[in-house]
Design a protein around this ligand. Structure first.
Ligand code: IYR
Length: 223
């Protein structure tokens, strides 16, 4: 059984006023992030997407199994295939009556629909896959722990890193999204988790005028 050696770890410490200042600045930065559905077709350096994946790859994970794979798609023909497959599913959701009424009602204020043209507009699509289990060289399975938590945290870091660089994305979850396994050529051990279009927001992009719930509804205290 392999064990990690332990090494010293001394994270940065700051005076309290500086802690608050840094925390406030970070909060104000992430508070300006919005999910975008209208993108510009301007190219984005591949290195920026790689840096965002490096940031995602720092996420804590169950037993440090790092159960994620990010697939980068930049080829227009592949983006088109993904858009077409996503729209086939979403047309059934929105126009074919597959969305349950309650779900439809929850989405109505956001103005979403089956048109997913942003999947072709953007320079990059990044598809995050969750590795339900690992595979040893001899083909036997390695159990993975806390896959959803781990991959969710990695995706949070990914979108935050993009935002820091002035890039936009959308946590798109076309439903169902099995088609992504085939197009991205991923093994049966992996499940598509989130499809991220990555690019600059279009100069005329609009977003719903949402408010975030106040702290007293996000945080409750108990003695
Ligand atoms: N996957 C669909 C529906 C959808 C679901 C939720 I929850 C959203 O916040 C937004 C959309 C679609 O992408 O249109």
């Amino acid at each position: 059984m392999h064990e990690y050696p332990f090494v010293p770890y001394r994270p940065e410490r700051y005076p309290e006023d500086e802690m608050v200042k840094r925390g406030r600045e970070f909060y104000e930065l992430v508070d300006r992030r919005r999910s975008v559905r209208f993108f510009s077709g301007e190219p984005v350096p591949r290195e920026c997407v790689e840096l965002a994946v490096l940031a995602a790859n720092t996420a804590p994970s169950g037993a440090h199994q790092q159960p994620w794979t990010f697939v980068l798609v930049g080829d227009p023909a592949t983006k088109r295939r993904i858009r077409e497959a996503a729209e086939v599913e979403e047309r059934q959701n929105y126009e074919g009556g597959r969305l349950p009424p309650e779900w439809r009602e929850a989405l109505a204020p956001l103005g979403t629909g089956s048109d997913k043209s942003f999947l072709e507009t953007v320079p990059w699509l990044v598809v995050c896959f969750a590795q339900k289990y690992g595979t040893r060289p001899d083909g036997t399975r390695v159990k993975h722990y806390y896959v959803n938590e781990s991959v969710g945290i990695a995706c949070g870091l990914f979108i935050t890193a993009l935002h820091t660089m002035g890039l936009s994305t959308l946590t798109h979850t076309p439903n169902p999204m099995a088609f992504l396994s085939e197009i991205c050529e991923r093994p049966a051990s992996e499940r598509p988790y989130i499809l991220f279009p990555v690019g600059y927001a279009a100069p005329d992009a609009e977003v719903p005028d949402l408010a975030r719930k106040p702290l007293d509804r996000a945080l409750v205290s108990r003695p």
